[in-house]
Design a binder for this molecule. Structure first.
Ligand SMILES: [Zn+2]
Length: 173
């Protein structure tokens, strides 16, 4: 495990939220879907900085891996876009190839599904990511919990509330 190469995987929020002065030391990866999402000039400039210094590799994740990530997210009651899923899928692919990686993101749902796959996440600006969580829909009256398809308690007829149930965090290092 000692000699594995360290890399960073970056999602859209990395380029949108981080300061231009903070260029990462490690080699970085992102997906073409993320590049397409960078619309504002600031995030585009930061991306250009990474690209021109050969710090970033743009690589597609296999469709079936993206699908697997989206299905996992759905089963956890999380909502992630295909772009977010592509980032997690790319991280999984790189991990399989033997890279030691950190996934940079500020998206709670993305980080939750990534951690559920055993990936190490690093928040870009938010310091308080508590680890992966499952979103639980529950009835405030009777306390029963329901799967993501339900909006109302079929017993009491009241609108369900959502709470986060955190998984116990595993140390990876
Ligand atoms: Zn109820």
């Amino acid at each position: 495990m000692k000699n594995r190469k360290k890399v960073c995987v970056l999602d859209s929020s990395f380029f949108i939220n981080i300061g231009v002065s903070q260029v990462l030391k490690e080699k970085c990866f992102t997906t073409p879907e993320v590049v397409d999402e960078l619309k504002d000039s600031r995030s585009k400039i930061l991306f250009e900085v990474y690209l021109s210094s050969s710090k970033i590799v743009i690589r597609s994740a296999p469709e079936e891996l993206i699908k697997e990530v989206m299905e996992k997210a759905e089963s956890m009651g999380l909502q992630i876009s295909k772009t977010d899923a592509s980032v997690v899928a790319l991280a999984l692919l790189l991990k399989k190839e033997g890279y030691f990686l950190k996934l940079f993101s500020d998206d709670f749902d993305l980080m939750s599904v990534a951690e559920a796959f055993g990936l190490e996440c690093k928040p870009v600006t938010k310091k308080n990511f508590r680890g992966a969580a499952r979103k639980i829909r529950y009835c405030p009256v009777c306390g029963r919990s329901f799967s993501p398809g339900f909006n109302k308690c079929p017993v009491c007829g009241v609108k369900l509330r959502v709470k986060l149930k955190f998984f116990r965090r595993k140390r990876v290092d």
